[in-house]
Design a protein. Structure first.
Length: 154
């Protein structure tokens, strides 16, 4: 099943693709690789989820924020590529979690993103190499920022 049809089957409606908020590109394609800049958890109405994990939000709320970042990344991919069916596989995910010094479950937070991509693209294509790191702050006090590298179909 193709990814666009899978979204419909799952009942997922993508948010509007985010706009760039600085001097960078949301996506750069070189050869059959697409590099997506760090995305945050923007909601459909343009507002953004904020807070530090371990202080302002718990693990489940942070996982939901990571899933929202995934929806925004999917929206950018669809906007830039025309169809999610051009995605061959996720190659690499780099995720940052804005968290307290005593929060150690960054990988569990990012599972909210990884599980979404596995649902949309299948486990083989939707799950790639991954790093999940904690940080003491992120722009706008967002809880999660994720960037990805995608292999495109020829």
């Amino acid at each position: 099943m193709n990814a666009d049809a899978r979204l419909e089957e799952l009942g997922i409606q993508l948010p509007p693709a985010p706009s760039q908020m600085g001097v960078y590109k949301l996506m750069v394609q070189t050869g059959n690789l697409a590099y997506l800049s760090g995305h945050g958890p923007f909601l459909d109405d343009g507002s953004i989820i904020t807070g530090r994990v371990g202080a302002d939000m718990n693990l489940e709320e942070a996982q939901s924020a990571a899933r929202q970042v995934g929806l925004n990344l999917l929206a950018t991919l669809k906007n830039e590529l025309g169809s999610l069916d051009r995605v061959s596989r996720v190659v690499k995910t780099l995720a940052l979690v804005n968290c307290t010094d005593d929060f150690f479950d960054q990988p569990a937070v990012i599972n909210g993103f990884s599980e979404l991509f596995a649902q949309v693209f299948g486990e083989e294509a939707g799950i790639g190499a991954r790093s999940a790191m904690g940080t003491n702050s992120l722009p706008g006090n967002i809880p999660v920022e994720i960037e990805i590298i995608i292999e495109l179909k020829h």
